[in-house]
Ligand binder design. Structure first.
Ligand SMILES: Cc1cc2nc3c(=O)[nH]c(=O)nc-3n(C[C@H](O)[C@H](O)[C@H](O)COP(=O)(O)OP(=O)(O)OC[C@H]3O[C@@H](n4cnc5c(N)ncnc54)[C@H](O)[C@@H]3O)c2cc1C
Length: 474
């Protein structure tokens, strides 16, 4: 049988994999491969936590392929040159992959497609990761959306349930072509192995994604509409890294969540599908406004008086030593697990960009390096939203009060105490704002900063002052 390269990227699964399916339907023997080429993603080469996840996920994919009779070949180097070399050595006649939507990757892939087609190969790419590709949803005028609600209304009107495709039971081995390199040679794991504790929380790979879905459907989905904002509970799906790496198709998730709809779960189902909609919207925006990963979506903010912070000040934020308990809890959760609850992402982001007045890119870059679900579309949207610089963003003058947020969403301070155990001896009410009783804090929490890095009231006033100056200068 003729051979087709199946180039795995952010679609590290066998079920619902349109590229793999196209190879099989076309009568080809698939030759599965992965190419590590981080420099081709510049300026957003994958961060350290993301690479560590990818290592685990590639290992899982290889094991799944081996169980079926073939295996994953790994390469390190320029993608086009490697694809051409594998084609030449294997005699492959076709190359199939599932699309990615990051600006650098879109540009690279267009060039690769042209070059390989010019060699006479059959080259096809597919949608493997979105419910609606960025160009599929348009305003009445035929342009992109900038606001979520009308985007999601238009997208929902186009909704159709994609048929599911089960992973093949067996796959023939393409017994030719270069062997590639061992997984360890890709150098995806950090030294020292600070990622080790992550893997008690997470199981990267397709089976892990399906298991996470089951856990969510049997548990948090029912109460999701209320519990999704509670970092002290397991109230969300924790599917984000699985979705980012394409270990499960969004349309399989949507189908499973919809089939769990009952009178009791309806609000949770609708709320969850809407969050999936934000992911779609983020990809829509990044595709149509590729500069937004680097620049303020709202260019007025190019003149904003961002503070020029010292490295050690930023480091106190990054490592969770700001003296604001909910902020520190979130940043420590991130370092310990590679993930942070969405509500707390908003709180730490607001403190950084409003109270500390750091440019949102400082936060976006830190998240990029430390999140296992780091995703250029979602991270860009999240940070521009929080900073008030984005499309459909929270207005700049809406400054989150981290103490009010904590008392509302972590009412017993359980989340705070879990990640900031130095505060455990304080009475609960004081764990949200220990500086309000300095004598008690000094006695019962002596190892915790005595004052917030930036005082909440004056930080807020300074941020609003900078915003007023910006508006006055129009
Ligand atoms: C500053 C900031 C940065 C962020 N960076 C990322 C990032 O790099 N990668 C990432 O996947 N998400 C990011 N998010 C969005 C959100 O925080 C995470 O998707 C969510 O916390 C993942 O947890 P979950 O899977 O349990 O979510 P659930 O609540 O179960 O939601 C289901 C899925 O919907 C999607 N989703 C949920 N909320 C959002 C959102 N606000 N925007 C876009 N998609 C969403 C995710 O794919 C998520 O897995 C960011 C949010 C903020 C405020």
């Amino acid at each position: 049988m003729p051979i087709a390269l199946v180039w795995f990227r952010n679609d590290l699964r066998l079920a619902d994999n349109p590229a793999l399916r196209a190879a099989l339907d076309g009568g080809y023997t698939p030759l599965p491969l992965y190419i590590h080429a981080p420099e081709e993603e510049f300026p957003w080469a994958p961060g350290a936590a993301s690479l560590a996840w990818r290592h685990q996920s590639l290992a899982a994919l290889d094991a799944d392929l081996r169980q079926r009779g073939t295996h994953l070949r790994l390469f390190h180097g320029p993608s086009l040159a490697i694809l051409q070399a594998v084609v030449a050595a294997s005699g492959a006649e076709a190359v199939f992959w599932n699309r990615r939507y990051e600006p650098a990757i879109e540009q690279r892939d267009t060039g690769i497609k042209q070059a390989l087609r010019a060699q006479g190969l059959r080259v096809e790419s597919f949608n493997g990761s979105l419910m609606f590709e960025p160009w599929a949803v348009q305003t009445k005028q035929g342009g992109p959306f900038k606001v979520f609600t009308p985007f999601w209304r238009a997208a929902s009107a186009q909704w159709r349930n994609e048929p599911l495709w089960e992973a093949p039971a067996a796959l023939a081995e393409a017994d030719t072509g270069p062997a590639g390199v061992p997984l360890a040679a890709l150098g995806l794991l950090p030294t020292p192995r600070w990622d080790m504790p992550f893997w008690s929380d997470w199981t990267p790979g397709e089976a892990g994604a399906h298991a996470a879905l089951e856990v969510f459907i049997d548990g948090a989905l029912h109460g999701y509409a209320d519990s999704r904002d509670r970092p002290d509970q397991v109230g969300t799906s924790r599917l984000s890294p699985h979705l980012h790496f394409g270990e499960i198709a969004p349309w399989r998730l949507a189908a499973a969540i919809q089939s769990a709809r009952s009178a009791a779960s309806a609000a949770g189902v609708d709320a969850w599908l809407r969050e999936l909609g934000w992911r779609e919207f983020a990809h829509h925006l990044l595709h149509h406004f590729p500069q937004s990963a680097q620049h303020n979506f709202n260019p007025a903010f190019d003149r904003f008086a961002w503070a020029n912070l010292r490295e050690e000040t930023l480091e106190r934020w990054r490592t969770g030593r700001t003296g604001v308990p909910i902020v520190d809890a979130g940043l420590r959760e991130l370092l310990a697990t590679g993930w942070m609850h969405n509500r707390v992402r908003m709180i730490v982001g607001s403190y950084l960009t409003k109270h500390m007045r750091a440019h949102w890119l400082e936060g976006a870059r830190w998240f990029w390096d430390t999140l296992v679900d780091a995703d250029l579309a979602n991270n860009t949207l999240g940070w521009q939203w929080v900073a008030g610089t984005g499309a459909d963003a929270a207005p700049y003058f809406r400054v989150f009060n981290p103490v009010t947020q904590a008392t509302r969403f972590d009412p017993d301070a359980r989340y705070i105490t879990r990640w900031v155990p130095e505060l455990a001896k304080l009475p609960t009410a004081l764990r949200f704002a220990p500086w309000t009783d300095p004598a008690v804090a000094a006695r019962l929490a002596p190892d915790y900063p005595a004052h917030p890095l930036v005082d909440l009231a004056s930080g807020r006033d300074a941020a609003l002052g900078a915003y007023r100056t910006l508006r006055a200068s129009r």
